[in-house]
Design a protein around this ligand. Structure first.
Ligand code: G3P
Length: 231
């Protein structure tokens, strides 16, 4: 499973890159607006930070013509950019054109298996079901993911399933169990994946016991000049 960070914040992205398990970034107009910087410059900077990982950048036009103009512009900025279009009729028309041109498209704001089926048929590179937002309206986000996985497997669609709007580690683990290709998550959820209270408690115990026997144990790395022969 690939991990994407759902953020446009450069500090968060740098921290995640340093941990060595990040495969890409998803942004949306809300996340980009928070950063208050020129869009092109900001996206290109993110591309440099996460390369060779992909960076998903979204169009803001709502008509097909406008989406196509923006998509061509975005795709031309950097080879690692994947263009996000919304799951609307004009969005699918734009997807149809872009897919035939070889532009990689992420169909976003997907809330039903029917929409995911359309996105795959029209040539989406990624499809983004929003799990958390579905949970918010008392429908099952994971249930939707299960349906999409089943439909795509039945027809061997090459479209990659990008589980989005993930709110906690259980979303990530369940999506992995189902075989979603990618999980995109806020930095907070990414951090939570690394942590367990028993890890902290276990380490605390190990270090206390080591400290008690330190005089006998000595140091793993002797201070410079302390070894025999003065090396
Ligand atoms: O970026 C798409 C999606 O992940 C948004 O998530 O948390 O705003 O529902 P959220």
């Amino acid at each position: 499973m690939k991990f994407f960070l759902d953020t446009a914040n450069r500090d968060e992205i740098r921290q995640a890159v340093a941990l060595g398990v990040l495969d890409g970034i998803t942004t949306n107009p809300t996340l980009v607006a928070k950063e208050k910087r020129p869009f092109r410059e900001h996206i290109l900077e993110i591309c440099e930070i996460v390369k060779p990982g992909v960076v998903n950048a979204e169009v803001v036009s709502t008509d097909t013509e406008g989406m196509l103009r923006e998509a061509h512009e975005l795709a031309g900025w950097h080879p690692n950019i994947v263009v996000k279009v919304p799951m609307t009729l004009p969005g699918v028309q734009a997807l149809h054109v872009l897919a035939r041109e070889g532009v990689r498209v992420n169909v976003t704001l997907v809330f039903s298996a029917a929409q995911a089926l359309i996105a795959a048929k029209a040539g989406a590179y990624f499809v983004s079901p929003f799990l958390g937002r579905l949970d918010d309206v008392a429908q099952s986000g994971l249930g939707l993911l299960r349906e999409i996985v089943e439909v795509y497997r039945a027809y061997n669609f090459p479209t990659q399933i990008l589980a989005a709007s993930l709110r906690h580690p259980i979303h990530v683990v369940e999506a992995a169990k189902m075989g979603a290709h990618i999980a995109t998550m806020p930095f907070k959820v990414f951090e939570q994946l690394f942590k367990h209270p028993l890890t902290d408690r276990g380490l605390e115990g190990f270090l206390k016991d080591w400290e008690k026997a330190r005089e006998v144990l000595g140091e793993i790395v002797e201070p410079a000049g302390a070894r025999k022969g003065g090396r």
